[in-house]
Design a protein around this ligand. Structure first.
Ligand code: PHE
Length: 488
């Protein structure tokens, strides 16, 4: 309908000056007319120029009064011609909003006498408000003072009206030719492809949104952390084994076999295969000795070290298990300093709550060199965390079975206005390093933190289950922004 009207009109006329007027004159919906113009313009049947106009339109309330009469008029009509009506009685006859507004407006207009009893002061009134509203609705001009009063009563608002002026385009024809958008199998079979006219490509059309893959926030933060470690000259450790033996996860780290963390309440042990197949025997012997009687200046723990305990397979409880394997391998070669890091998953048999899961990710860094001191550890931590955007650090003495001294790391959180714990660190003990075979003056400084903590802070999660696990909203993964650490 609209298409025929537009093309037909242009056959005998220079232009459609205003699509709004054009639509109104033909009683067409202006939206339909606009859509047809856009489509005809796409095929260059017509040229179209934007036109914009500010017009007054009725609000919902305005539309209601245009249909039912203004509240003051409704109120006036509810008052009897002769005598009076009690205010309560009158209220019952009207909608509460209409009653309230009607009372004040009809009072102002001196249409009614308001008291306990309400009576008419005049016999006839004209509902001017309604007349004005109908004018606006039909697109007629009204006086500025009337506009002001309707606007003040929020019965009309200014709206930007958008339309087009239209002239013939380079491909103008009084009727649109059907063009093919696709070459089908049927076209080929029937042979009618030879006669078909194909639609041109519209290179300006917006394409389909590309449904690519999306990185999970944890992966984005991990990538940033990895870049920081690489910039600082660290090499990544191979952490692609979730299953570990108790030996590498605990014993090699000088963690005694009675340590509570080695209980099944804290650690997931494997049923199948329940034990490791092989361990480096001579090293196992040295580890057993250092646990039982010490050596290298240590008294050891003085208990009966059991091989069966060390053999038990588990889901690694920290990535430090991998660090211990890597350090042992390093100690076997002629000594060269190293910087290692890893970011991977660990498992703990813990009750799940809003900040804990039974699996999470650890970030771990270590530096191995001759003569390192606690000052070196503090220095590298400052360097590392500053790059994450945390430059205010504090350290608190702590305890780990495998480090001495050990320090918890705190950072001042601007948002929370307090110091929050962000990691754990220390210097690996001689009881761990010397049985591996390192020269005596070799020290290892190391630290660890969770990947989830900074990710939750950066992305504003307060429940870890929204970040990781089966309840994660995929839409959120598609929409979350890239991660830029250290940039405020
Ligand atoms: N493994 C420690 C943890 O699980 C982190 C850590 C790593 C502490 C290295 C000291 C040195 O919390």
């Amino acid at each position: 309908m609209a298409e025929e009207a537009i093309l037909g009109y242009l056959e005998h006329n220079e232009q459609i000056a205003d699509s709004g007027v054009f639509a109104a004159e033909r009683q067409l919906d202006h939206n339909d007319v606009v859509n047809v113009i856009k489509s005809l313009h796409g095929f260059r049947y017509v040229d179209a120029q934007n036109i914009k106009r500010e017009t007054w339109v009725l609000t919902d309330e305005g539309r209601k009064y245009a249909a039912e009469g203004s509240p003051e008029f409704q109120l006036f009509m509810a008052v009897p011609q002769e005598g009076s009506i009690s205010k309560d009685e009158l209220q019952k006859k009207l909608d509460p909003a209409v009653f309230k507004i009607g009372c004040s407006q009809a009072g102002k207009n001196r249409w009614v006498e308001m008291g306990k009893q309400v009576s008419r002061k005049v016999q006839n009134v004209e509902d001017k408000v309604r007349v004005l509203l109908l004018h606006v609705q039909e697109g007629h001009e009204i006086k500025q003072e009337d506009i002001n009063s309707l606007k003040a009563r929020k019965l009309i608002v200014l709206q930007t009206w958008k339309g087009y002026s239209v002239t013939k385009g380079p491909n103008y024809a009084p009727q649109r030719k059907k063009v093919a958008t696709d070459l089908t199998r049927e076209n080929l079979q029937r042979g009618d492809w030879k006669e078909l006219e194909f639609k041109e490509y519209n290179f300006n059309a917006k394409g389909q949104p590309a449904e690519g893959g999306h990185l999970h926030p944890l992966l984005k933060v991990r990538k940033q952390l990895k870049d920081i470690f690489l910039q600082l000259g660290f090499e990544e450790m191979p952490t692609n084994n979730y299953v570990e033996s108790s030996f590498w996860n605990f014993d090699a780290l000088f963690q005694p076999q009675q340590h509570p963390a080695r209980d099944s309440h804290d650690t997931f042990f494997l049923q199948e295969p329940s034990t490791t197949r092989e361990l480096p025997e001579d090293y196992v012997e040295r580890v057993k000795r250092v646990h039982e009687v010490g050596g290298y200046g240590s008294r050891g723990y003085g208990y009966d070290w059991k091989r069966e305990e060390a053999n038990k397979n588990l889901l690694r409880t920290h990535t430090t298990a991998v660090s211990s394997r890597m350090l042992k391998a390093l100690a076997e070669k002629p000594f060269a300093p190293k910087r290692y890091f890893s970011i991977d998953r660990v498992f703990r048999n813990e009750a799940v709550d809003r900040t804990h899961l039974a699996e999470f990710h650890q970030i771990e860094g270590l530096i191995c060199d001759r003569g390192l001191t606690l000052g070196d550890l503090i220095g590298v931590l400052k360097d590392f965390f500053t790059r994450l955007g945390m430059s205010q650090l504090r350290f608190k003495p702590a305890y780990n079975p495998y480090t001495e001294p050990s320090m918890e790391i705190f950072s001042y959180h601007e948002g929370l206005g307090k110091w929050v714990e962000i990691g754990n660190s220390g210097m690996f003990r001689p009881e761990m390093l010397l049985p591996m075979g390192f020269p005596e003056d070799v020290r290892v400084v190391a630290w660890g933190l969770s990947l989830e903590r900074p990710t939750m802070i950066l992305y504003g999660f307060n429940n870890i289950r929204d970040l990781f696990g089966h309840k994660v909203d995929l839409g959120l993964i598609k929409e979350n922004p890239i991660c830029r650490l250290g940039l405020e």
